[in-house]
Design a protein around this ligand. Structure first.
Ligand SMILES: [Zn+2]
Length: 358
């Protein structure tokens, strides 16, 4: 081949190459980006299933996540678990709801013990509340009055108006003044004896004539019995009850018992003199009134060992002192306590004294 034909072939090939390049440029092919585009498309085709499973739910669960950010990959820190940041609405420490059946009721399940006259002595308590668990102790308030008239400043004298107020209080509060006979049966816990509601024993010392004139009508108004301790040696004194007056009281439901013949200071007397004061008073009362008078009351509240021996020797059953307190079956039969009623005290003081525990 000659040189001329070689050059013709070279330029022909060169023109073909340029023509080809020109056609490629016209068609828009970018030779510099084509490999990258293919690579990205290849990666997306591979990772797409993974991103659907991982990033898509996470992007949805994060509040405020901007959707036009770069596609989420495993390198993005996971949000804090929802269960940590959300307060527990029902902590385990909350008390479990109480079932209705276990709610406390206003009324006790067991009915309270009856407080009627069916309550026996063994279950009686001075406040009137009977309970089967109470001790066998019997405790009864014994009120100690003397004269009933107008005598300001004299503590042993109570005005009729005050006595009336006290009797009304006892009545309104459900107290039951009892006879001496009932009192003894309660103290001795006689089988079968039924305790009345709030029993109380009303006693009057000395036998003043005003007991008939003032006290008797007031107590009769409420049908209250009482016990009188009189001194038979004083029946001729106009300040004191005559036998006729004593009989009136007896007919009104009062029990009449001895208080010494002449209201002496017994410890100052000889044994024989004491015996006379004690036994003669009993004898006269029993003769005049036809009653049993073996419950003594110490004049001035005074006694000694001779006095106590004489009471026992002559068969007295009980004796009252002026020591303060409820009378109980645990006290010596000859040393029964009482509650002194001070005529100068208010009704409130009377109430407090009456309620004071033994
Ligand atoms: Zn007296």
């Amino acid at each position: 081949m000659n040189v001329r034909r070689k050059w013709l072939l070279f330029y022909t090939l060169l023109a073909g190459v340029f023509t080809l390049l020109l056609l490629l440029v016209i068609s828009g092919v970018n030779f510099s980006t084509a490999p990258i585009l293919i690579e990205v498309q290849a990666e997306e085709s591979i990772q797409s299933p993974v991103s659907d499973l991982v990033s898509k739910p996470m992007s949805v669960s994060i509040p405020g996540f901007v959707s036009d950010l770069e596609p989420v990959s495993t390198s993005i820190p996971e949000p804090a678990p929802v269960t940590v940041s959300v307060p527990d609405p029902m902590p385990q420490t909350l008390p479990t709801p109480v079932e209705f059946s276990s709610l406390p009721l206003d009324k006790p399940e067991q009915p309270p013990p009856p407080q009627t006259t069916s309550v026996t002595v063994d279950t009686y308590m001075p406040n009137g509340a009977a309970t089967p668990f109470a001790s066998s102790k019997v405790s009864i308030p014994v009120l100690n009055y003397h004269s009933v008239t107008i005598d300001p400043g004299n503590v042993v004298v109570i005005s009729p108006a005050k006595l009336e107020a006290q009797m009304k209080y006892l009545h309104d509060q459900g107290y039951t003044p009892i006879s001496l006979d009932t009192f003894i049966k309660l103290i001795e816990k006689k089988s079968g004896i039924v305790a009345p509601n709030k029993p109380v024993l009303l006693t009057f010392d000395d036998g003043y004539v005003d007991n008939v004139e003032e006290a008797m009508p007031i107590l009769a108004k409420y049908n209250f019995p009482a016990t009188l301790f009189m001194s038979p040696g004083m029946v001729e004194d106009p300040s004191y009850l005559s036998w006729e007056g004593a009989k009136q009281l007896q007919q009104a439901g009062w029990d009449i018992q001895p208080h010494g013949m002449t209201h002496p200071h017994l410890p100052k007397l000889s044994s024989e003199e004491q015996a006379y004061q004690i036994t003669e008073a009993r004898k006269l009362i029993e003769e005049q009134l036809g009653t049993q008078a073996d419950v003594f009351c110490f004049p001035y509240g005074e006694y000694n060992q001779t006095t106590l021996k004489l009471l026992k020797a002559h068969g007295f059953r009980y004796a009252f002192t002026i020591e303060q307190g409820y009378t109980t079956n645990q006290q010596s039969p000859y040393l029964l306590k009482r509650l002194f009623i001070n005529g100068e005290e208010s009704l409130k003081a009377f109430i407090n004294k009456l309620h004071k525990a033994n």
